[in-house]
Structure formats: structure tokens, C-alpha cells
Design a protein around this ligand. Sequence first.
Ligand code: 1GP
Length: 253
Amino acid sequence: MKSGVLNQLTQSTTKKLAVLIDPDSLDGTQSVDRVIDRCNEAGADFILVGGSLITNGFWEECVSYIKSRTRIPVVLFPGNLMQTHPEADAILFLSMISGRNPDLLIGKQVLAAPGLKKSGVEVIPTGYMIVDGGKITSVMYMSNTTPIPHDKPNIASTTALAGEMLGLRVIYMDSGSGADRPISPKMIREVRKAVCAPIFIGGGIRTSAQAKEAWLAGADVVVVGNAIEQNPELIFDLCATRSQLLAEKQVNA
Ligand code: 1GP
């Protein structure tokens, strides 16, 4: 089984940008190109592919097409069991530790495990935590779980800590696609203090200022989906902000 993406996450402390592509929100390869071309030019670190619901039958073709158009690692962020693909570089193998739905803690994973093993795709054990982002998002509705309250950083940090103690290698905190407000820097800081695992932060990030706040609070990977679908040029701003943080760190080191 491959191990490149997790190594990249754990061995380098530089801040990273992941661009999320939801095949259901795109209408064919032209709109994929609009995003991928800019990811290639600006130097995004990862391309995440996934969605709560795939209704347009574009999954298989979409992942293969992205792989054919970029050398950036393509990481699956599956909304359900069907969202696997042998050409992907890795899959975030999610256990929804913020919820108490046994099917999403271990049930679906049991069903998916044999196929994933055969596919040879790198499997990244991921503690997935939904945080209230000010409205009911698809992931909240589809998962039938209660999100962690926005103003309870201690619940988030202890949940992440338990996830890490259980052996999960990455923590992904998500206020849901199109959330009204991103996860607060205070909550990110608390989780950062609690765990060593790389932290992904996503949901409702629309500007490079919000991404910067998340990175500075302790996020390793900032995930942006909706805002980039609406304006792919934002990738340039986000990558510039990420590079500026790196340059500042080098000057201050
Ligand atoms: C959703 O974390 C991702 O699961 C990204 O959210 O689409 O709001 O950027 P946005």
C-alpha cells in the first residue's frame, strides 16, 4: 500500500492548501479544467475529491480526468462508500468521531475495507469532526449527527485527543460545505494543543484572510471548496498567503 500523502503531512510542517472538488457541483470536464489549471499554476498542495451526494454519475470519470490533468496528489474525501477510485493517491478513511452514529464510526468502514485494500490506494485513518457552522449543511443532514457546538473548543479538543489515542493519524474538522462561519481560531488552537496529528480545517472559508487565521491558529491543511468553485482565481490568493506565511517563518527562524 502507498504511503506518500501521510508522509508528506507528517514530515513537513509547512502550511498546505487543499482544493476540494465536488463532482456533483461541476458540469463536466470544462469546469474541472477551470479549477485544475489554476491549482497547477498556483501550486496547490492537494486536490480533494468528494461530496455528500453524487447525483450526476460523474464520479469515476471526474477522478480519472483530474489525475490525467495534474501531478498534485489527488486525495479522496468520500461522502459515502461508493466514492473510492483506484487511481487516487490516497483516501481519507473517515470515522465521524464527533457523532454517535455507529454506522459512520465503524459500520461503513467495515464494508469498504476489503475493496480499499485490494485497490492499493493509500488509506489515511482520519478522525472526522463536524462543527456547527451556523446552518444545517449537507454533511450534518446526511450523517444524522449532532455537530460539536461552535463555542465549545474543549469538546473539540477532547474528541480529537480521543481520536488520536485510538490511532487516527489525521484530524479533519469541518463546519460543512458552504457553512455560514468557519471553525473559530480559538477551537483550532485548543485542538492544536491537544494533538500532534496533522489538522485539516474546512467549511465556509471564503477569503485568504480566513485561511490565514486558520493556518496561524494551528491548521496544517486548509480546505476550500465552494468559494473556489465560484471564483477559481481565489486559488492564487490562497497560495500567495500560504507562501507568505512560510517566508515570514523563515525570516523569524
Ligand atoms: C466541506 O470542508 C469542506 O466538507 C469545504 O467546505 O465548500 O465551504 O469550502 P467549503
